[in-house]
Design a protein around this ligand. Structure first.
Ligand code: ADP
Ligand code: MG
Length: 252
């Protein structure tokens, strides 16, 4: 079976302003299968965002292969939707007009765009805020809107870069649950970047653990727990502990 996304021996070097080079990813081979929920877990600076941006086609690899359905990635595409950590909504547009940005670029007429926006806003529980401006929303609501906007393009895969990283602990847990609910309805492929062991263990089918800078794959872990998951499930805490140790040993 061909993986939906595959990077083979992916290397990325940045050329720094001073002329030096910085190796961000030192040969990452990662495959993501169709409909899978994969978390990319690793310490800050290990190249997670870089890997995701390369897969999104926003950045190019220095070496190695980057494949989507077996074909080389040459740039961004509608089938790969991104959700960032920072609130990336356009502040001068209403929430609904932010969500329907993709359909608008695609040339869809206003009435259909509004229908699509309302449909996706309903899925994330924000229909009442369709005509609000982003600054009127809480951080959690803005991230819900950002997810609705990515979904409104009907992507095959959601590439999520620490989307809940700036939220308070309670909102974060709520949004994790909500994301899984949406994922279970739609069954998109999701690649979710995080540096939180707890978040990865709660969300993922499979966790790809990366080494500290420069990034490589340290280990891949299949998460055996059924959903909806409880942090109190037998074996859950032990697994979290094992992953934490893995990360700590690697940083020594
Ligand atoms: P992570 O998302 O895991 O925290 P990043 O992918 O953002 O890590 O960064 C990996 C490494 O590459 C870091 O050392 C970072 O400073 C460096 N880096 C990222 N983007 C650039 C860039 N545009 N120019 C130079 N260095 C960069
Ligand atoms: Mg990052």
């Amino acid at each position: 079976m061909t993986a939906l996304i595959e990077t083979k021996n992916l290397r990325k070097e940045f050329v720094l302003d001073g002329g030096g080079r910085l190796e961000a990813i030192a040969g990452a081979s990662i495959a993501v299968n169709d409909k899978e929920f994969v978390c990319l877990l690793g310490p800050s600076g290990c190249g997670k965002s870089t890997w995701l941006r390369i897969v999104a086609g926003l950045e190019s690899a220095t070496k190695g292969e980057v494949l989507y359905k077996g074909a080389p990635v040459t740039g961004p595409g509608k089938e790969r939707g991104m959700v960032f950590q920072e609130y990336s909504l356009l502040p001068w547009r209403t929430v609904a007009d932010n969500v329907s940005l993709g359909p608008e670029f695609a040339g869809m007429e206003a009435k259909s765009r509004r229908e699509i926006a309302m449909d996706y806003l309903a899925r994330v529980g924000l229909e009442k805020f369709a005509d609000a401006k982003p600054h009127e929303l809480s951080g959690g609501m803005r991230q819900r809107a950002a997810i609705a906007r990515a979904l409104a393009n009907n992507p095959e895969v959601l590439l999520m870069d620490e989307p809940f990283g700036a939220l308070d602990a309670h909102t974060r847990v709520l949004l994790q649950r909500e994301l899984l609910r949406i994922w279970e309805q739609d069954r998109k492929t999701v690649v979710f970047v995080t540096h939180s062991v707890d978040e990865a263990l709660y969300l993922a089918d499979r966790i790809v653990v990366m080494t500290a800078h420069p990034g490589r794959v340290l280990e891949e872990i299949d998460v055996p727990f059924e959903r909806p998951r409880s942090r109190a499930t037998k074996g859950y805490g032990e697994m979290a502990e094992r992953i934490l140790e893995l990360l700590e040993q690697n940083e020594k």
